[in-house]
Design a protein around this ligand. Structure first.
Ligand SMILES: [Zn+2]
Length: 63
């Protein structure tokens, strides 16, 4: 494992922590199949499709 060469100053540490607090909302894409909002490059949680392929099969649905 890499070992840090020097101590991170309090100011640098605070700047590192402050960078996690972003006001931007996570990016969302529209599913081309069901037009629901989904995360880009992720399987759609609404219809279970990715790139026109059924990736997730809903086993709990009755229809
Ligand atoms: Zn979908």
């Amino acid at each position: 494992m890499g070992v840090p060469k020097g101590k991170t100053s309090k100011a640098n540490r605070r700047m590192n922590r402050a960078s996690r607090y972003t006001s931007e909302a996570p990016a969302l894409a529209v599913c081309p199949k069901c037009h629901a909002l989904k995360q880009p490059h992720h399987v759609c949680m609404s219809c279970g499709y990715y790139n026109d392929k059924a990736v997730l099969v809903k086993k709990w649905s009755n229809d």
